[in-house]
Design a binder for this molecule. Structure first.
Ligand code: PRP
Ligand code: URA
Length: 217
Protein backbone atom coordinates (compact mmCIF):
# COMPACT_ATOMS: atom_id res chain seq x y z
CA UNK A 1 0.00 0.00 0.00
CA UNK A 2 1.50 3.34 -1.08
CA UNK A 3 1.92 5.95 1.67
CA UNK A 4 0.14 9.08 0.44
CA UNK A 5 1.49 11.51 3.05
CA UNK A 6 4.34 12.82 0.90
CA UNK A 7 3.06 11.66 -2.51
CA UNK A 8 1.07 14.00 -4.75
CA UNK A 9 -0.35 12.45 -7.91
CA UNK A 10 -1.86 15.06 -10.19
CA UNK A 11 -5.49 14.47 -11.09
CA UNK A 12 -5.72 17.43 -13.45
CA UNK A 13 -7.53 16.61 -16.74
CA UNK A 14 -4.90 18.47 -18.79
CA UNK A 15 -2.20 16.32 -17.18
CA UNK A 16 -4.13 13.11 -17.90
CA UNK A 17 -4.64 14.14 -21.52
CA UNK A 18 -0.96 14.92 -22.09
CA UNK A 19 0.13 11.72 -20.33
CA UNK A 20 -1.74 9.66 -22.91
CA UNK A 21 0.21 11.37 -25.70
CA UNK A 22 3.48 10.88 -23.84
CA UNK A 23 2.93 7.17 -23.25
CA UNK A 24 1.80 6.36 -26.80
CA UNK A 25 4.50 4.37 -28.61
CA UNK A 26 3.75 6.28 -31.83
CA UNK A 27 4.72 9.62 -30.27
CA UNK A 28 7.95 10.74 -31.99
CA UNK A 29 10.86 12.38 -30.10
CA UNK A 30 9.93 15.93 -31.19
CA UNK A 31 6.37 15.61 -29.87
CA UNK A 32 7.61 13.64 -26.85
CA UNK A 33 9.97 16.48 -25.86
CA UNK A 34 7.14 18.97 -26.31
CA UNK A 35 4.85 17.03 -23.99
CA UNK A 36 7.60 16.45 -21.39
CA UNK A 37 7.98 20.22 -21.31
CA UNK A 38 4.22 20.86 -21.01
CA UNK A 39 3.74 18.27 -18.26
CA UNK A 40 6.74 19.65 -16.39
CA UNK A 41 5.16 23.09 -16.41
CA UNK A 42 1.92 21.72 -14.97
CA UNK A 43 3.65 19.63 -12.30
CA UNK A 44 5.98 22.48 -11.40
CA UNK A 45 2.96 24.71 -10.96
CA UNK A 46 1.43 22.22 -8.54
CA UNK A 47 4.71 21.67 -6.69
CA UNK A 48 5.11 25.40 -6.09
CA UNK A 49 1.75 25.61 -4.34
CA UNK A 50 3.32 26.10 -0.88
CA UNK A 51 6.25 28.26 -2.01
CA UNK A 52 6.68 31.46 -0.03
CA UNK A 53 6.14 34.84 -1.63
CA UNK A 54 7.24 38.28 -0.51
CA UNK A 55 5.57 41.64 -1.09
CA UNK A 56 6.60 43.64 -4.15
CA UNK A 57 5.64 47.27 -4.63
CA UNK A 58 4.67 47.97 -8.26
CA UNK A 59 2.75 50.60 -10.19
CA UNK A 60 0.00 49.57 -12.61
CA UNK A 61 -1.13 52.09 -15.26
CA UNK A 62 -3.81 53.04 -12.67
CA UNK A 63 -2.02 53.24 -9.31
CA UNK A 64 0.60 51.85 -6.93
CA UNK A 65 -0.10 48.46 -5.39
CA UNK A 66 1.51 45.78 -3.32
CA UNK A 67 1.99 42.70 -5.50
CA UNK A 68 3.94 39.49 -4.73
CA UNK A 69 7.03 37.76 -6.02
CA UNK A 70 8.46 34.33 -5.37
CA UNK A 71 10.36 34.62 -2.11
CA UNK A 72 12.35 31.39 -2.22
CA UNK A 73 15.82 30.71 -3.55
CA UNK A 74 15.20 27.70 -5.75
CA UNK A 75 17.69 25.18 -7.13
CA UNK A 76 16.60 22.96 -10.01
CA UNK A 77 18.43 19.64 -10.10
CA UNK A 78 17.83 17.84 -13.40
CA UNK A 79 19.06 14.25 -13.43
CA UNK A 80 20.92 13.66 -16.70
CA UNK A 81 19.92 12.76 -19.25
CA UNK A 82 16.17 12.54 -19.09
CA UNK A 83 15.66 15.36 -16.57
CA UNK A 84 17.08 17.86 -19.06
CA UNK A 85 13.75 18.03 -20.89
CA UNK A 86 12.05 19.36 -17.76
CA UNK A 87 14.36 22.32 -17.15
CA UNK A 88 13.06 24.95 -19.59
CA UNK A 89 9.48 24.71 -18.37
CA UNK A 90 10.61 25.03 -14.76
CA UNK A 91 12.70 28.07 -15.59
CA UNK A 92 9.68 29.70 -17.20
CA UNK A 93 7.81 29.22 -13.92
CA UNK A 94 10.77 30.18 -11.71
CA UNK A 95 12.97 32.51 -13.76
CA UNK A 96 15.38 33.22 -10.91
CA UNK A 97 16.06 29.56 -10.13
CA UNK A 98 19.58 28.18 -10.53
CA UNK A 99 20.17 24.92 -12.41
CA UNK A 100 22.52 22.34 -10.92
CA UNK A 101 23.05 19.34 -13.21
CA UNK A 102 23.53 15.92 -11.70
CA UNK A 103 24.59 13.01 -13.91
CA UNK A 104 23.33 9.58 -12.85
CA UNK A 105 22.71 6.52 -14.98
CA UNK A 106 21.26 3.21 -13.98
CA UNK A 107 23.56 0.23 -14.42
CA UNK A 108 21.44 -2.06 -16.62
CA UNK A 109 22.62 -5.20 -14.84
CA UNK A 110 22.42 -4.17 -11.18
CA UNK A 111 19.83 -1.34 -11.66
CA UNK A 112 22.00 0.67 -9.23
CA UNK A 113 22.68 4.35 -10.00
CA UNK A 114 26.17 5.45 -11.07
CA UNK A 115 27.08 9.12 -10.54
CA UNK A 116 29.16 10.64 -13.36
CA UNK A 117 28.59 14.40 -13.16
CA UNK A 118 27.90 16.90 -10.40
CA UNK A 119 27.58 20.64 -10.91
CA UNK A 120 26.33 21.66 -7.46
CA UNK A 121 27.69 25.03 -6.32
CA UNK A 122 30.12 25.27 -3.38
CA UNK A 123 27.54 26.18 -0.75
CA UNK A 124 23.91 25.26 -0.22
CA UNK A 125 22.47 28.79 -0.15
CA UNK A 126 18.98 27.72 -1.20
CA UNK A 127 15.50 27.34 0.28
CA UNK A 128 13.98 24.77 -2.05
CA UNK A 129 15.59 22.09 -4.26
CA UNK A 130 13.48 20.55 -7.01
CA UNK A 131 14.89 17.30 -8.40
CA UNK A 132 13.71 16.78 -11.97
CA UNK A 133 13.51 13.31 -13.49
CA UNK A 134 10.69 11.96 -15.67
CA UNK A 135 10.89 8.43 -14.20
CA UNK A 136 10.88 7.06 -10.66
CA UNK A 137 11.36 3.30 -11.12
CA UNK A 138 13.30 1.43 -8.40
CA UNK A 139 13.98 4.77 -6.73
CA UNK A 140 17.73 4.16 -6.77
CA UNK A 141 18.54 7.27 -8.81
CA UNK A 142 16.20 9.55 -6.85
CA UNK A 143 17.46 8.27 -3.49
CA UNK A 144 21.07 8.76 -4.62
CA UNK A 145 20.28 12.30 -5.83
CA UNK A 146 18.67 13.19 -2.49
CA UNK A 147 21.66 11.68 -0.64
CA UNK A 148 23.99 13.88 -2.70
CA UNK A 149 21.93 17.00 -1.96
CA UNK A 150 21.75 16.30 1.77
CA UNK A 151 25.49 15.55 2.03
CA UNK A 152 26.09 18.84 0.21
CA UNK A 153 24.02 20.71 2.82
CA UNK A 154 20.40 20.70 1.65
CA UNK A 155 19.07 19.83 5.11
CA UNK A 156 16.31 21.40 7.22
CA UNK A 157 15.17 24.15 6.79
CA UNK A 158 16.07 23.58 3.12
CA UNK A 159 13.28 21.60 1.48
CA UNK A 160 13.71 18.99 -1.25
CA UNK A 161 10.95 17.99 -3.65
CA UNK A 162 11.09 15.30 -6.28
CA UNK A 163 9.23 15.93 -9.54
CA UNK A 164 8.59 12.92 -11.78
CA UNK A 165 6.26 12.38 -14.67
CA UNK A 166 5.65 8.68 -13.96
CA UNK A 167 6.35 6.84 -10.70
CA UNK A 168 6.25 3.17 -9.74
CA UNK A 169 5.07 2.15 -6.25
CA UNK A 170 8.48 0.50 -5.67
CA UNK A 171 10.28 3.79 -6.31
CA UNK A 172 7.91 5.79 -4.15
CA UNK A 173 8.35 3.31 -1.28
CA UNK A 174 12.16 3.41 -1.61
CA UNK A 175 12.28 7.21 -1.50
CA UNK A 176 9.79 7.42 1.35
CA UNK A 177 11.76 4.86 3.39
CA UNK A 178 15.10 6.62 2.90
CA UNK A 179 13.86 10.22 2.88
CA UNK A 180 10.43 10.61 4.54
CA UNK A 181 10.85 14.41 4.50
CA UNK A 182 10.91 14.64 0.69
CA UNK A 183 7.65 15.41 -1.12
CA UNK A 184 7.08 13.59 -4.40
CA UNK A 185 5.00 15.18 -7.17
CA UNK A 186 4.10 13.07 -10.19
CA UNK A 187 1.59 12.88 -13.03
CA UNK A 188 0.92 9.15 -12.63
CA UNK A 189 1.48 6.28 -10.21
CA UNK A 190 1.76 3.18 -12.38
CA UNK A 191 1.25 -0.53 -11.65
CA UNK A 192 4.82 -1.58 -10.95
CA UNK A 193 8.15 -2.66 -12.45
CA UNK A 194 8.86 -5.47 -14.90
CA UNK A 195 11.79 -7.90 -14.53
CA UNK A 196 14.13 -5.39 -16.22
CA UNK A 197 13.17 -2.59 -13.85
CA UNK A 198 10.99 -0.74 -16.37
CA UNK A 199 7.78 0.90 -15.24
CA UNK A 200 4.57 -0.83 -16.41
CA UNK A 201 2.68 0.40 -18.34
CA UNK A 202 5.07 3.38 -18.26
CA UNK A 203 6.38 4.91 -21.44
CA UNK A 204 9.60 2.98 -22.09
CA UNK A 205 12.96 4.71 -21.68
CA UNK A 206 12.40 8.42 -21.12
CA UNK A 207 15.95 9.39 -22.18
CA UNK A 208 15.83 7.36 -25.38
CA UNK A 209 12.39 8.65 -26.30
CA UNK A 210 13.43 12.27 -25.83
CA UNK A 211 16.71 12.01 -27.65
CA UNK A 212 15.87 9.38 -30.29
CA UNK A 213 18.37 6.79 -29.05
CA UNK A 214 18.04 3.02 -28.47
CA UNK A 215 15.04 0.77 -27.86
CA UNK A 216 13.62 -0.88 -24.75
CA UNK A 217 13.81 -4.43 -26.23
C1 PRP B 1 16.31 6.71 -16.04
C2 PRP B 1 15.45 7.81 -15.45
C3 PRP B 1 15.91 7.84 -14.02
C4 PRP B 1 16.20 6.39 -13.74
C5 PRP B 1 15.04 5.82 -12.97
O1 PRP B 1 17.56 7.16 -16.32
O2 PRP B 1 15.58 9.02 -16.12
O3 PRP B 1 17.05 8.64 -13.82
O4 PRP B 1 16.30 5.73 -15.01
O5 PRP B 1 15.31 4.53 -12.58
P1 PRP B 1 15.51 4.13 -11.04
O6 PRP B 1 14.40 4.77 -10.29
O7 PRP B 1 15.42 2.63 -11.09
O8 PRP B 1 16.86 4.59 -10.61
P2 PRP B 1 18.68 6.24 -17.03
O9 PRP B 1 19.51 5.57 -16.01
O10 PRP B 1 18.03 5.36 -18.05
O11 PRP B 1 19.63 7.30 -17.72
P3 PRP B 1 19.35 8.30 -18.94
O12 PRP B 1 18.45 9.39 -18.42
O13 PRP B 1 20.71 8.81 -19.26
O14 PRP B 1 18.72 7.54 -20.07
N1 URA C 1 13.94 4.54 -16.65
C1 URA C 1 13.15 4.82 -17.71
O1 URA C 1 13.49 5.69 -18.54
N2 URA C 1 12.00 4.13 -17.85
C2 URA C 1 11.62 3.19 -16.98
O2 URA C 1 10.53 2.60 -17.16
C3 URA C 1 12.44 2.90 -15.89
C4 URA C 1 13.61 3.61 -15.73
Amino acid sequence: MTDLTTLHVSQHPAVLHKLAVLRDEDTEPKKFREVVRELSWLLGYEALEDAKTRPLQIRTPMEEMEASELGERIGLVPILRAGLGMVDAMLELMPTAQVWHLGLFRDERTLRPVEYYNKLPDSASVDLCLILDPMLATGGSATAAIDVLKRWGAVQPVRIKLINLIAAPEGVAAVQAAHPDVEIHCAALDRGLNEKGYIMPGLGDAGDRQFGTGTTD
